[in-house]
Design a protein around this ligand. Structure first.
Ligand code: COI
Length: 362
């Protein structure tokens, strides 16, 4: 599909900040947009980042027919910008779309839109340690209709947010998780495997609850309170004494993190030891106490690798993992993974896509 440009005049464009100091706050000048109606995508364009023109009765605003993605691009030492495994995000966007009764959007259109946007905004890619160009694609059901049914019209956008690490303190700050038996993120048969706004809206009260107990986030269990599931903004992992990374299995109540998938791919290539395995809470806690589990943490696009130093249960009891700090295997996997992202360590073929310079016709 042809992508047209409707760029801000040069004199009206903001300049990138000298330094990024937060996650998800800064915006670049432009975004990618494309609309869907009559069964097809139309009018792909790069336009100024500005308020959306949406009717107050739009389905997305009332019934949450909305999905999104989180991806990253990095400036490499040679000055080029590279997007990290965006093909996985484009694929997961379409998996979420199926769950929310939204149309499939061709993966090559998602990729082309991103490449053109990153090209226009290449000067905005931050280079400080642990920073990235955070990429936020999203799709909205836009039909102006109050009947509870799927929208007939949709818009897909990609916006960019030059960001620092998700957690203040970055990798070197161990997170505390509350293991909640009171709140659940998702149940089997629900929307847990989709990246949809409702899952995140539902996490706000549990997150506040966790905060009140002294934790940074919730580690959710399955609805029977038996198995570990995920932490909402990241998948969970723990590490055994021999360095094996264990990730709870992907299911219809767990979002398949592209970071977890990459770690599992790296394990297949012999770069680390990792596998999916069901983890019972009771055993998990015993293994932390006995020292069989030596490290734990979360994997996510925003969170990258975020070590967990301590778990708190609803009754207030505390479980410290290892010495409560950053373990050597978490550090190894973080250094390998983030080193590949920034171009310091060679990444597997096809994991990085270089942003070309396009001819821009206004
Ligand atoms: C991501 O890791 O990109 C996420 O989507 C988490 C986000 C909700 C901050």
């Amino acid at each position: 599909m042809n992508i047209r440009y409707e760029l801000l005049e040069k004199t009206r464009r903001k300049s990138p900040p000298e330094k990024v100091t937060a996650f998800g706050v800064v915006r670049t000048n432009h975004m990618f947009a494309v609309d869907y109606n009559d069964g097809a995508w139309h009018d792909a364009r790069i336009v100024p980042y500005a308020p959306l023109n949406i009717m107050p009765g739009a389905v997305c605003l009332h019934y949450g027919q909305t999905i999104f993605e989180g991806a990253k691009a990095f400036q490499h030492p040679d000055g080029n910008i590279h997007a990290w495994r965006f093909d996985l995000n484009a694929e997961r966007m379409n998996a979420s779309a199926k769950i929310l009764m939204m149309p499939q959007i061709p993966e090559d259109l998602q990729m082309e839109g991103l490449m053109r946007l990153l090209d226009i905004e290449r000067d905005w890619c931050p280079t400080e340690p642990e920073s990235s160009m955070y990429i936020r694609p999203f799709m909205l059901g836009t039909e102006d209709c109050l009947g509870v049914k799927a929208s007939k019209t949709f818009s897909y956008y990609i916006m960019l947010s030059p960001s620092s690490a998700y957690y203040a303190g970055g990798f070197n700050h161990a997170v505390t998780l509350l293991i909640s038996t009171k709140y659940h993120r998702a149940v089997s048969g629900g929307t847990g495997a989709a990246k949809t706004g409702g899952n995140y809206a539902a996490s706000l009260v549990p997150a506040e609850h966790a905060f009140q107990q002294g934790a940074g986030q919730v580690l959710y269990l399955d609805a029977g309170n038996k198995y570990l599931e995920e932490a909402g903004t990241m998948n969970h992992y723990h590490i055994l004494e021999d360095g094996t990374i264990i990730i709870p299995p992907f299911s219809d109540s767990v979002l398949k993190s592209t970071t977890s998938m990459s770690i599992l791919d790296l394990a297949k290539m012999g770069k680390c030891k990792a596998r999916l395995d069901a983890i019972e809470l009771e055993q998990f806690l015993k293994d932390i106490k006995s020292g069989k589990i030596i490290e734990a943490g979360g994997f996510g696009t925003a969170a990258v690798v975020s070590p967990v130093g301590k778990y708190i249960l609803e009754d207030g009891s505390e479980y410290i993992v290892g010495d409560g700090g950053i373990g050597k295997y978490s550090r190894q996997i973080y250094e390998l993974y983030s080193g590949m992202q920034v171009g310091a360590i060679p990444a597997p073929e096809g994991w990085l896509k270089k942003v070309e310079r396009f001819e821009v016709k206004q």
